[in-house]
Design a protein around this ligand. Structure first.
Ligand SMILES: C[S@@+](CC[C@H](N)C(=O)[O-])C[C@H]1O[C@@H](n2cnc3c(N)ncnc32)[C@H](O)[C@@H]1O
Length: 423
Protein backbone atom coordinates (compact mmCIF):
# COMPACT_ATOMS: atom_id res chain seq x y z
CA UNK A 1 0.00 0.00 0.00
CA UNK A 2 1.25 3.51 -0.79
CA UNK A 3 2.50 5.31 2.36
CA UNK A 4 -0.08 8.08 1.85
CA UNK A 5 -2.96 5.58 1.67
CA UNK A 6 -1.67 3.71 4.73
CA UNK A 7 -1.40 6.94 6.75
CA UNK A 8 -4.95 7.86 5.66
CA UNK A 9 -6.17 4.46 6.83
CA UNK A 10 -4.35 4.94 10.16
CA UNK A 11 -5.98 8.37 10.60
CA UNK A 12 -9.42 6.91 9.93
CA UNK A 13 -8.87 4.09 12.41
CA UNK A 14 -7.62 6.59 15.03
CA UNK A 15 -10.77 8.66 14.45
CA UNK A 16 -13.01 5.62 14.94
CA UNK A 17 -11.21 4.43 18.06
CA UNK A 18 -11.20 7.80 19.78
CA UNK A 19 -14.99 7.87 19.79
CA UNK A 20 -14.65 5.33 22.65
CA UNK A 21 -18.06 3.89 21.83
CA UNK A 22 -16.69 0.33 21.56
CA UNK A 23 -13.55 -1.44 22.83
CA UNK A 24 -10.53 -0.61 20.65
CA UNK A 25 -9.83 -4.27 19.80
CA UNK A 26 -13.40 -4.67 18.48
CA UNK A 27 -13.08 -1.52 16.34
CA UNK A 28 -9.72 -2.68 14.93
CA UNK A 29 -11.09 -6.18 14.14
CA UNK A 30 -14.12 -4.70 12.42
CA UNK A 31 -11.94 -2.34 10.35
CA UNK A 32 -9.86 -5.33 9.22
CA UNK A 33 -13.00 -7.32 8.31
CA UNK A 34 -14.28 -4.40 6.25
CA UNK A 35 -10.90 -3.93 4.53
CA UNK A 36 -10.02 -7.49 3.60
CA UNK A 37 -7.30 -6.43 1.13
CA UNK A 38 -4.98 -5.32 3.96
CA UNK A 39 -1.83 -7.42 4.26
CA UNK A 40 -0.27 -8.58 7.56
CA UNK A 41 2.28 -5.75 7.67
CA UNK A 42 -0.34 -3.10 6.97
CA UNK A 43 -2.55 -4.57 9.68
CA UNK A 44 0.37 -4.49 12.14
CA UNK A 45 1.05 -0.83 11.26
CA UNK A 46 -2.60 0.11 11.68
CA UNK A 47 -3.09 -1.71 14.98
CA UNK A 48 0.19 -0.56 16.54
CA UNK A 49 -0.36 3.05 15.44
CA UNK A 50 -3.80 3.14 17.04
CA UNK A 51 -2.54 1.47 20.22
CA UNK A 52 0.37 3.93 20.47
CA UNK A 53 -2.06 6.85 20.14
CA UNK A 54 -4.21 5.35 22.92
CA UNK A 55 -1.20 4.68 25.14
CA UNK A 56 0.32 8.14 24.75
CA UNK A 57 -2.88 10.11 24.34
CA UNK A 58 -2.07 12.85 26.85
CA UNK A 59 1.36 13.50 25.32
CA UNK A 60 0.03 13.47 21.77
CA UNK A 61 -2.94 15.71 22.69
CA UNK A 62 -0.34 18.12 24.06
CA UNK A 63 1.82 18.03 20.91
CA UNK A 64 -0.96 17.93 18.29
CA UNK A 65 -2.21 21.56 18.53
CA UNK A 66 1.09 22.90 17.15
CA UNK A 67 0.46 21.04 13.85
CA UNK A 68 -2.19 21.54 11.20
CA UNK A 69 -4.75 19.39 9.37
CA UNK A 70 -7.32 17.02 10.89
CA UNK A 71 -6.49 16.11 14.50
CA UNK A 72 -6.71 12.35 13.93
CA UNK A 73 -4.10 12.67 11.16
CA UNK A 74 -1.72 14.54 13.50
CA UNK A 75 -2.21 11.87 16.16
CA UNK A 76 -1.65 9.10 13.60
CA UNK A 77 1.59 10.80 12.48
CA UNK A 78 2.83 11.03 16.09
CA UNK A 79 1.98 7.40 16.80
CA UNK A 80 2.89 5.96 13.41
CA UNK A 81 4.40 2.49 13.71
CA UNK A 82 7.02 2.07 11.01
CA UNK A 83 10.24 3.48 9.61
CA UNK A 84 10.60 7.28 9.81
CA UNK A 85 11.50 7.56 6.09
CA UNK A 86 8.39 5.64 5.07
CA UNK A 87 6.22 7.94 7.20
CA UNK A 88 7.92 11.11 5.94
CA UNK A 89 7.27 10.09 2.33
CA UNK A 90 3.54 10.42 3.14
CA UNK A 91 3.83 13.89 4.72
CA UNK A 92 3.77 17.46 3.43
CA UNK A 93 6.84 19.60 4.08
CA UNK A 94 4.97 21.48 6.78
CA UNK A 95 4.10 18.22 8.52
CA UNK A 96 7.70 17.02 8.31
CA UNK A 97 8.92 20.23 10.00
CA UNK A 98 6.28 19.89 12.70
CA UNK A 99 7.17 16.22 13.33
CA UNK A 100 10.87 17.15 13.58
CA UNK A 101 10.00 19.74 16.24
CA UNK A 102 7.86 17.22 18.17
CA UNK A 103 10.66 14.64 18.13
CA UNK A 104 13.02 17.16 19.71
CA UNK A 105 10.86 17.59 22.82
CA UNK A 106 12.71 16.13 25.82
CA UNK A 107 10.93 14.22 28.61
CA UNK A 108 12.32 16.65 31.23
CA UNK A 109 10.52 19.51 29.47
CA UNK A 110 7.17 17.79 29.83
CA UNK A 111 4.61 17.89 32.63
CA UNK A 112 4.12 14.68 34.66
CA UNK A 113 0.83 13.86 32.97
CA UNK A 114 2.43 13.99 29.54
CA UNK A 115 5.05 11.50 30.71
CA UNK A 116 2.84 8.94 32.46
CA UNK A 117 -0.14 9.26 30.09
CA UNK A 118 -2.55 8.03 32.75
CA UNK A 119 -5.84 9.65 33.79
CA UNK A 120 -5.67 11.54 37.10
CA UNK A 121 -8.17 9.24 38.85
CA UNK A 122 -5.81 6.31 38.29
CA UNK A 123 -2.54 8.05 39.20
CA UNK A 124 -3.07 8.57 42.93
CA UNK A 125 -4.12 5.00 43.84
CA UNK A 126 -1.06 3.73 41.97
CA UNK A 127 1.32 6.22 43.61
CA UNK A 128 -0.15 5.36 47.02
CA UNK A 129 0.71 1.71 46.46
CA UNK A 130 4.02 2.03 44.65
CA UNK A 131 5.73 5.27 45.69
CA UNK A 132 8.73 5.86 43.39
CA UNK A 133 8.07 2.60 41.54
CA UNK A 134 5.03 4.30 40.03
CA UNK A 135 7.17 5.53 37.12
CA UNK A 136 8.44 2.05 36.29
CA UNK A 137 4.83 0.82 36.24
CA UNK A 138 3.65 3.75 34.09
CA UNK A 139 6.42 3.05 31.61
CA UNK A 140 5.70 -0.67 31.42
CA UNK A 141 1.96 -0.06 31.01
CA UNK A 142 2.73 2.06 27.97
CA UNK A 143 4.61 -0.73 26.22
CA UNK A 144 3.00 -3.66 24.43
CA UNK A 145 2.63 -6.97 26.28
CA UNK A 146 4.85 -9.95 25.52
CA UNK A 147 3.54 -13.25 24.19
CA UNK A 148 3.16 -16.18 26.60
CA UNK A 149 1.83 -19.65 25.87
CA UNK A 150 0.38 -22.21 28.24
CA UNK A 151 1.25 -25.74 27.30
CA UNK A 152 -1.76 -28.04 27.50
CA UNK A 153 -0.22 -30.52 29.91
CA UNK A 154 -3.08 -32.94 29.25
CA UNK A 155 -1.71 -33.42 25.73
CA UNK A 156 1.89 -32.31 25.62
CA UNK A 157 5.08 -31.61 27.56
CA UNK A 158 6.55 -28.11 27.76
CA UNK A 159 9.95 -29.22 26.48
CA UNK A 160 8.37 -30.94 23.45
CA UNK A 161 6.31 -27.89 22.50
CA UNK A 162 9.44 -25.77 22.88
CA UNK A 163 11.27 -28.10 20.45
CA UNK A 164 8.33 -28.09 18.00
CA UNK A 165 8.33 -24.31 17.95
CA UNK A 166 12.10 -24.19 17.52
CA UNK A 167 11.78 -26.39 14.41
CA UNK A 168 9.62 -23.67 12.84
CA UNK A 169 12.13 -20.99 13.84
CA UNK A 170 10.10 -19.74 16.83
CA UNK A 171 12.23 -19.11 19.90
CA UNK A 172 10.46 -19.92 23.16
CA UNK A 173 11.85 -20.06 26.71
CA UNK A 174 10.19 -21.42 29.87
CA UNK A 175 8.35 -18.72 31.83
CA UNK A 176 10.07 -17.88 35.14
CA UNK A 177 7.18 -18.80 37.46
CA UNK A 178 4.55 -20.94 35.75
CA UNK A 179 5.64 -24.53 35.07
CA UNK A 180 3.16 -24.62 32.16
CA UNK A 181 4.37 -21.50 30.35
CA UNK A 182 6.59 -20.59 27.41
CA UNK A 183 7.60 -17.03 26.57
CA UNK A 184 7.92 -16.26 22.87
CA UNK A 185 10.35 -13.81 21.31
CA UNK A 186 8.51 -11.37 19.02
CA UNK A 187 4.93 -11.86 17.82
CA UNK A 188 4.93 -14.75 15.34
CA UNK A 189 1.53 -15.87 14.01
CA UNK A 190 0.77 -19.08 15.89
CA UNK A 191 -2.84 -19.93 15.08
CA UNK A 192 -1.92 -22.07 12.07
CA UNK A 193 1.00 -23.77 13.77
CA UNK A 194 0.58 -27.54 13.83
CA UNK A 195 1.09 -27.77 17.60
CA UNK A 196 -1.57 -25.10 18.17
CA UNK A 197 -4.09 -26.79 15.87
CA UNK A 198 -3.38 -30.07 17.69
CA UNK A 199 -4.28 -28.37 20.99
CA UNK A 200 -0.81 -28.60 22.52
CA UNK A 201 -0.82 -24.97 23.64
CA UNK A 202 -2.95 -21.85 24.05
CA UNK A 203 -1.90 -18.21 24.18
CA UNK A 204 -2.16 -17.15 27.84
CA UNK A 205 -0.35 -14.59 29.98
CA UNK A 206 1.81 -16.18 32.67
CA UNK A 207 -0.21 -14.30 35.30
CA UNK A 208 -3.44 -16.03 34.23
CA UNK A 209 -1.67 -19.37 34.48
CA UNK A 210 -0.68 -18.62 38.08
CA UNK A 211 -4.30 -17.77 38.96
CA UNK A 212 -5.46 -21.13 37.63
CA UNK A 213 -2.67 -22.84 39.60
CA UNK A 214 -3.89 -21.29 42.87
CA UNK A 215 -7.11 -23.28 42.58
CA UNK A 216 -4.97 -26.45 42.62
CA UNK A 217 -7.85 -28.54 41.24
CA UNK A 218 -7.31 -32.29 41.52
CA UNK A 219 -8.38 -35.35 39.56
CA UNK A 220 -11.99 -36.39 40.05
CA UNK A 221 -13.12 -33.21 41.83
CA UNK A 222 -16.21 -31.04 41.27
CA UNK A 223 -14.95 -27.60 40.26
CA UNK A 224 -16.59 -24.36 39.10
CA UNK A 225 -15.00 -21.61 37.04
CA UNK A 226 -17.64 -19.01 37.88
CA UNK A 227 -16.72 -16.26 35.40
CA UNK A 228 -15.28 -18.47 32.69
CA UNK A 229 -15.60 -16.05 29.75
CA UNK A 230 -13.83 -17.49 26.72
CA UNK A 231 -12.41 -20.20 28.97
CA UNK A 232 -8.71 -19.33 29.21
CA UNK A 233 -8.45 -20.40 32.84
CA UNK A 234 -11.06 -23.15 32.47
CA UNK A 235 -8.77 -24.97 30.05
CA UNK A 236 -5.82 -24.68 32.42
CA UNK A 237 -7.92 -26.04 35.30
CA UNK A 238 -9.36 -28.85 33.15
CA UNK A 239 -5.87 -29.95 32.14
CA UNK A 240 -4.73 -29.88 35.80
CA UNK A 241 -7.68 -32.22 36.54
CA UNK A 242 -6.42 -34.51 33.72
CA UNK A 243 -9.85 -34.31 32.08
CA UNK A 244 -11.47 -36.15 35.02
CA UNK A 245 -14.17 -35.06 37.48
CA UNK A 246 -16.56 -32.29 36.50
CA UNK A 247 -15.63 -28.72 35.68
CA UNK A 248 -18.51 -26.25 35.24
CA UNK A 249 -17.71 -23.15 33.20
CA UNK A 250 -20.32 -20.50 34.12
CA UNK A 251 -20.66 -17.06 32.62
CA UNK A 252 -23.46 -14.57 32.07
CA UNK A 253 -22.28 -14.05 28.48
CA UNK A 254 -23.44 -16.88 26.22
CA UNK A 255 -21.41 -15.27 23.41
CA UNK A 256 -18.17 -15.60 25.35
CA UNK A 257 -18.93 -19.20 26.24
CA UNK A 258 -19.60 -19.89 22.54
CA UNK A 259 -16.16 -18.62 21.58
CA UNK A 260 -14.81 -21.08 24.14
CA UNK A 261 -16.13 -24.11 22.23
CA UNK A 262 -13.45 -24.39 19.50
CA UNK A 263 -10.74 -23.99 22.15
CA UNK A 264 -12.34 -26.73 24.21
CA UNK A 265 -12.48 -29.02 21.17
CA UNK A 266 -8.77 -28.45 20.48
CA UNK A 267 -7.83 -29.07 24.11
CA UNK A 268 -9.11 -32.66 24.10
CA UNK A 269 -10.75 -32.13 27.52
CA UNK A 270 -14.01 -33.95 28.14
CA UNK A 271 -14.65 -32.85 31.74
CA UNK A 272 -15.76 -29.27 30.96
CA UNK A 273 -19.44 -28.26 31.06
CA UNK A 274 -20.07 -24.70 29.89
CA UNK A 275 -23.36 -23.13 30.98
CA UNK A 276 -24.73 -19.61 30.62
CA UNK A 277 -26.27 -18.25 33.83
CA UNK A 278 -28.61 -15.26 34.10
CA UNK A 279 -26.83 -13.76 37.11
CA UNK A 280 -24.86 -14.92 40.13
CA UNK A 281 -28.00 -16.05 42.00
CA UNK A 282 -29.18 -18.23 39.11
CA UNK A 283 -30.95 -21.50 40.03
CA UNK A 284 -28.09 -23.50 38.54
CA UNK A 285 -25.80 -21.89 41.11
CA UNK A 286 -28.23 -22.50 43.95
CA UNK A 287 -28.58 -26.20 43.02
CA UNK A 288 -24.84 -26.68 43.53
CA UNK A 289 -24.88 -25.14 47.01
CA UNK A 290 -22.34 -26.87 49.30
CA UNK A 291 -21.43 -29.46 46.64
CA UNK A 292 -18.29 -28.08 44.99
CA UNK A 293 -14.66 -28.77 45.90
CA UNK A 294 -13.17 -25.65 44.35
CA UNK A 295 -14.55 -22.43 42.91
CA UNK A 296 -12.64 -19.81 40.94
CA UNK A 297 -14.20 -16.35 40.72
CA UNK A 298 -12.24 -14.58 37.97
CA UNK A 299 -14.40 -11.53 38.51
CA UNK A 300 -15.37 -8.89 35.97
CA UNK A 301 -13.21 -5.86 36.71
CA UNK A 302 -12.00 -2.57 35.26
CA UNK A 303 -9.05 -4.38 33.63
CA UNK A 304 -6.58 -1.78 34.90
CA UNK A 305 -3.92 -4.50 35.03
CA UNK A 306 -4.22 -5.07 31.29
CA UNK A 307 -3.43 -1.59 29.96
CA UNK A 308 -0.50 -3.00 27.97
CA UNK A 309 -3.07 -4.86 25.85
CA UNK A 310 -6.14 -2.66 26.28
CA UNK A 311 -4.88 0.92 26.59
CA UNK A 312 -8.32 2.32 25.74
CA UNK A 313 -9.69 1.03 29.07
CA UNK A 314 -8.00 3.84 31.01
CA UNK A 315 -9.97 6.42 28.98
CA UNK A 316 -13.24 4.50 29.10
CA UNK A 317 -13.50 4.16 32.90
CA UNK A 318 -13.39 6.34 35.99
CA UNK A 319 -13.56 6.02 39.78
CA UNK A 320 -17.35 5.75 39.61
CA UNK A 321 -16.95 2.67 37.39
CA UNK A 322 -14.51 1.20 39.93
CA UNK A 323 -17.01 1.73 42.75
CA UNK A 324 -19.85 0.20 40.74
CA UNK A 325 -17.64 -2.74 39.82
CA UNK A 326 -16.76 -3.34 43.48
CA UNK A 327 -20.45 -3.82 44.34
CA UNK A 328 -20.80 -6.43 41.56
CA UNK A 329 -17.57 -8.18 42.56
CA UNK A 330 -18.65 -8.50 46.21
CA UNK A 331 -22.02 -9.90 45.18
CA UNK A 332 -20.54 -12.47 42.76
CA UNK A 333 -17.98 -13.60 45.33
CA UNK A 334 -20.61 -14.03 48.03
CA UNK A 335 -22.95 -16.05 45.77
CA UNK A 336 -20.19 -18.19 44.31
CA UNK A 337 -18.83 -18.98 47.78
CA UNK A 338 -22.11 -20.73 48.70
CA UNK A 339 -21.32 -23.55 46.29
CA UNK A 340 -18.13 -24.57 48.11
CA UNK A 341 -18.34 -27.57 50.42
CA UNK A 342 -16.72 -27.82 53.82
CA UNK A 343 -12.94 -28.10 53.41
CA UNK A 344 -13.23 -26.74 49.86
CA UNK A 345 -11.32 -23.86 48.27
CA UNK A 346 -12.42 -20.47 46.94
CA UNK A 347 -10.21 -18.21 44.80
CA UNK A 348 -11.14 -14.60 44.01
CA UNK A 349 -9.14 -13.00 41.19
CA UNK A 350 -9.07 -9.86 39.07
CA UNK A 351 -6.88 -8.34 36.36
CA UNK A 352 -6.97 -4.99 38.13
CA UNK A 353 -4.24 -3.21 40.09
CA UNK A 354 -6.68 -1.16 42.18
CA UNK A 355 -7.07 -2.06 45.88
CA UNK A 356 -10.79 -1.19 45.73
CA UNK A 357 -11.34 -4.22 43.47
CA UNK A 358 -8.81 -6.44 45.23
CA UNK A 359 -7.78 -6.28 48.90
CA UNK A 360 -10.93 -4.33 49.84
CA UNK A 361 -13.20 -7.04 48.39
CA UNK A 362 -11.17 -9.88 49.92
CA UNK A 363 -10.95 -8.27 53.35
CA UNK A 364 -14.66 -7.43 53.42
CA UNK A 365 -15.46 -11.05 52.49
CA UNK A 366 -13.22 -12.39 55.28
CA UNK A 367 -14.77 -10.00 57.81
CA UNK A 368 -18.33 -10.96 56.85
CA UNK A 369 -17.66 -14.71 56.60
CA UNK A 370 -15.92 -16.07 59.70
CA UNK A 371 -16.52 -19.63 58.46
CA UNK A 372 -13.78 -19.14 55.87
CA UNK A 373 -10.04 -19.31 56.56
CA UNK A 374 -7.86 -17.11 54.34
CA UNK A 375 -4.94 -19.08 52.87
CA UNK A 376 -1.59 -17.41 52.01
CA UNK A 377 -0.93 -17.34 48.26
CA UNK A 378 2.85 -17.52 48.71
CA UNK A 379 2.63 -20.81 50.63
CA UNK A 380 0.33 -22.38 48.04
CA UNK A 381 2.57 -21.38 45.15
CA UNK A 382 5.71 -22.49 46.98
CA UNK A 383 4.00 -25.86 47.58
CA UNK A 384 3.39 -26.02 43.82
CA UNK A 385 7.12 -25.45 43.25
CA UNK A 386 6.78 -21.93 41.85
CA UNK A 387 10.18 -20.28 42.26
CA UNK A 388 10.39 -17.05 44.28
CA UNK A 389 6.69 -17.28 45.06
CA UNK A 390 7.04 -14.75 47.90
CA UNK A 391 8.16 -12.11 45.38
CA UNK A 392 4.81 -12.46 43.60
CA UNK A 393 2.78 -11.71 46.71
CA UNK A 394 1.90 -8.97 49.16
CA UNK A 395 -0.31 -8.28 52.18
CA UNK A 396 -0.89 -10.15 55.43
CA UNK A 397 1.61 -10.51 58.25
CA UNK A 398 4.60 -11.59 56.14
CA UNK A 399 3.66 -10.12 52.77
CA UNK A 400 2.58 -13.48 51.35
CA UNK A 401 -1.20 -13.28 51.69
CA UNK A 402 -2.36 -12.20 48.23
CA UNK A 403 -1.02 -12.84 44.76
CA UNK A 404 -0.14 -9.38 43.41
CA UNK A 405 1.41 -9.35 39.95
CA UNK A 406 2.71 -6.16 38.33
CA UNK A 407 3.78 -5.65 34.69
CA UNK A 408 6.97 -3.76 35.62
CA UNK A 409 8.09 -6.37 38.18
CA UNK A 410 6.87 -9.68 36.82
CA UNK A 411 6.44 -9.07 33.08
CA UNK A 412 2.83 -10.21 33.38
CA UNK A 413 -0.40 -8.25 33.34
CA UNK A 414 -1.44 -6.82 36.71
CA UNK A 415 -3.31 -9.52 38.62
CA UNK A 416 -4.69 -10.09 42.11
CA UNK A 417 -5.85 -13.25 43.86
CA UNK A 418 -7.08 -14.14 47.34
CA UNK A 419 -7.72 -17.70 48.54
CA UNK A 420 -9.90 -19.19 51.31
CA UNK A 421 -10.75 -22.60 52.67
CA UNK A 422 -14.25 -23.33 53.97
CA UNK A 423 -14.11 -24.42 57.59
C1 LIG B 1 -12.31 -11.41 33.76
S1 LIG B 1 -13.51 -12.02 32.71
C2 LIG B 1 -13.21 -13.72 32.72
C3 LIG B 1 -12.03 -14.20 31.90
C4 LIG B 1 -11.90 -15.70 31.83
N1 LIG B 1 -11.92 -16.32 33.15
C5 LIG B 1 -10.63 -16.14 31.11
O1 LIG B 1 -9.70 -16.62 31.76
O2 LIG B 1 -10.59 -16.00 29.89
C6 LIG B 1 -14.96 -11.87 33.68
C7 LIG B 1 -16.18 -12.58 33.14
O3 LIG B 1 -17.22 -12.46 34.10
C8 LIG B 1 -18.44 -12.54 33.40
N2 LIG B 1 -19.50 -12.06 34.32
C9 LIG B 1 -19.96 -10.82 34.52
N3 LIG B 1 -20.93 -10.82 35.46
C10 LIG B 1 -21.07 -12.11 35.87
C11 LIG B 1 -21.92 -12.76 36.83
N4 LIG B 1 -22.79 -12.07 37.54
N5 LIG B 1 -21.80 -14.10 36.97
C12 LIG B 1 -20.90 -14.80 36.23
N6 LIG B 1 -20.08 -14.24 35.31
C13 LIG B 1 -20.16 -12.91 35.14
C14 LIG B 1 -18.19 -11.69 32.17
O4 LIG B 1 -19.10 -12.04 31.14
C15 LIG B 1 -16.75 -12.05 31.84
O5 LIG B 1 -16.68 -13.05 30.86
Amino acid sequence: MHPKALLDACSELVRLTLKFDHPADAIVSRFFRENRGLGPRERATLAETVYTVLRKKLLFDHLAPSGSGPKERRLAILGFYGPGDFLRSALTEQEINWLDQCEKVKPEDLMERHRHNLPEWLVQPLKDQLGDEFWALAQSMNLGAGLDLRVNTFKAKRADVQKDLAKSGIKAVPTPYSPWGLRIAGKPALNKHEAFVRGDFEVQDEGSQLLAMLLDAKRGEMVVDFCAGAGGKTLAIGAAMRSTGRLYAFDTSAGRLDSFKPRMARSGLSNVHPAAIAHERDDRVKRLSGKIDRVLVDAPCTGMGTLRRNPDLKWRQDMKAVEEMAVIQASILQSASRMVKSGGRLVYATCSVLPQENEAIAEAFSAANPDWTPLPAAEILTGLKVENAQSLCSGGENGGQFLRLWPHKHQTDGFFAAIWEKK
